[in-house]
Design a protein around this ligand. Structure first.
Ligand code: GLC
Length: 517
């Protein structure tokens, strides 16, 4: 049986606002992406995921959608989208669109109608509730961006629910008009040729209808008392029914389109990644650099998937988390570990999602407070720094203003010396992180057919993880000192130039990994 295209595929997340700017206004756009698709193809990936490019007031950088059937004028037009798609398909790249079903923008026509009068029929598409008698919010739910999850409606007497920013009112999925509209939205993009969707906040669409207060619970890891953070969401049969419908829609196209849920918890994966619902969800590894913790994470994600042929979708980064190089220690240590981690994860059975800039070894940027734009920063009164640091535009050419991203100042400022990571610099150097990513993805593609799905963990020295998949052996050294282990094959790839195999012994310098064949 031929495998569907997405099995074992490598995806590349394009953060539209920061990838490439075609009209020099300091903001990335769709034609910019189209002009750089060759770069993405040359990396050796199979597909891209575009973050939301719909019309949006940009209160959460596109995750506040005011029209699901269009393109934000800052990013281009629908025709630009069509051109992007056509060029991607010419290059044999698939394209996933980001769909945002949990909430709309407060500027969306539905919400504008809903708040226009107390009896507007559109109100049932959102969650409105009376305040408590003392005038406080209807219950104690909190927004992921800080503060209460409720805000008073602008002109009426009730409050509305928003699990994110106040400009992102949550939709009421119990109103049949909501699922019906999203089916229309899915078909709109699929009919244009999109190859599937990344589904934002995929497990949270249905909220508790009793609006009960969140209880305090004791955190299993830290022992601290805190609010149960998922209490407001219910795992309802209704949500599974929604995804069954979406899967039928996806299956109605040739080849079938794919659905990737923004769901991170392995215990949820087992419920959604099943043959009649979603194809993939993220196995995001955010553990500190520790062999035992990584092994546990990998095993937990693999165990969660029981469906025939289902394998996890490995990822280290996205536009919401601190850049892996920084998380893993920063500077040359962090970069060495991130390079090693690529070999460790890209050797596993399953799919891989990369986030733009990982291939350049970019670090989290300490954006000056006065330039921060993330609602997480704004709504926490600056207590949480937020996610701007991983969203700084890509450096393309070293010698040019703003590292070749744009002649105008970019929407988030680039730090001093950003150009040293530029694509043109790294493309010219064999040992660069970019070269390492290209080589790794090329080997992964070349070996794809020969790799067994079965993974076997091998005995290895302390703080070293090693496994085999058919003829391939992967080993990763989590220590800062070198490690030696028997080499069952010749050296195919090393994350560090000093990785070597001699007389049947693999030597891994500190924080390095290897593929042996
Ligand atoms: C998802 C997105 C994040 C956004 C949030 C609300 O987690 O990845 O960027 O802020 O949903 O839409």
């Amino acid at each position: 049986m031929p495998q569907p295209w997405w099995r074992s595929a490598v995806f590349y997340q394009v953060y539209v606002r920061s990838f490439a700017d075609s009209d020099d206004d300091g903001i990335g756009d769709l034609p910019g992406i189209t002009s750089r698709l060759d770069y993405i193809r040359d990396l050796g990936v199979d597909a891209i995921w575009l973050t939301p490019f719909y019309p949006s007031p940009q209160k959460d950088h596109g995750y506040d959608v005011s029209d699901y059937f269009g393109v934000n004028p800052e990013y281009g037009t629908l025709e630009d989208f069509d051109r992007l798609l056509a060029r991607a398909h010419e290059l044999r790249l698939k394209v996933l669109v980001d769909i945002v079903p949990n909430h709309t923008s407060s500027q969306h026509d539905w919400f504008q109608a809903a708040v226009s009068s107390a009896d507007n029929p559109m109100r049932s598409r959102y969650h409105f509730a009376d305040p408590r008698p003392d005038g406080s919010p209807p219950n104690n739910w909190t927004s992921s961006f800080g503060g209460p999850a409720w805000s008073p409606e602008p002109n009426g007497k009730q409050w509305y629910l928003h699990l994110f920013a106040p400009e992102q009112p949550d939709l009421n999925w119990f109103d049949p008009a909501v699922p019906a509209e999203f089916e229309r939205i899915l078909k709109f993009w699929l009919d244009r040729g999109a190859d599937g969707f990344r589904i934002d906040v995929a497990a949270a669409l249905f909220k508790r209808q009793d609006l009960a207060d969140r209880p305090y619970i004791t955190d299993r890891v830290t022992g601290a008392r805190r609010f149960d953070s998922t209490f407001q969401i219910i795992e309802q049969p209704q949500l599974h029914d929604v995804y069954r419908r979406w899967r039928q829609i996806a299956n109605g196209y040739e080849p079938a389109r794919v659905l990737v849920g923004e769901i991170f918890e392995p215990r949820r994966h087992s419920k959604y990644i099943v043959p009649d619902q979603l194809h993939m969800a993220f196995a995001l590894i955010q553990q500190p650099w520790d062999a035992a913790l990584w092994r546990r994470s990998i095993d937990a994600s693999r165990r969660a998937l029981q469906g025939p042929g289902a394998e996890p979708t490995w990822t280290l980064a996205n536009h919401d988390v601190k850049r892996p190089v920084t998380r893993l220690g920063g500077g040359s240590t962090g970069r060495a570990r991130a390079r090693a981690a690529l070999l460790l994860l890209a050797g596993l059975p399953g799919q891989v999602f990369l986030y733009q800039g990982e291939e350049l070894g970019l670090e989290e940027v300490d954006v000056p407070d006065e330039r921060r734009q993330d609602p997480v920063f704004l709504h926490s009164g600056g207590k949480e720094k937020g996610r701007d640091g991983c969203r700084v535009p890509l450096p393309w050419r070293k010698g040019e203003p703003n590292a070749g991203f744009s002649t105008a100042g970019p929407w988030l400022p680039m730090p001093e010396g950003w150009g040293r990571y530029a694509v043109d610099v790294q493309a010219a150097v064999g040992g660069s992180t970019l070269a390492h990513f290209r080589r790794t993805l090329a080997e992964r593609r070349r070996l794809a057919r020969r790799l067994a799905r079965r993974l076997q963990w091998l005995t290895a020295p302390a703080d070293v993880l090693a496994y085999s998949r058919g003829p391939l052996t992967v080993a990763c050294n989590f220590r800062n000192r070198p490690a030696r282990l028997p080499a069952p094959g010749g050296l195919l790839l090393g994350s560090d130039p000093l990785v070597s195999v001699r007389h049947g012994v693999l030597t891994l310098p500190g924080n390095s990994a290897a593929w042996l064949l």
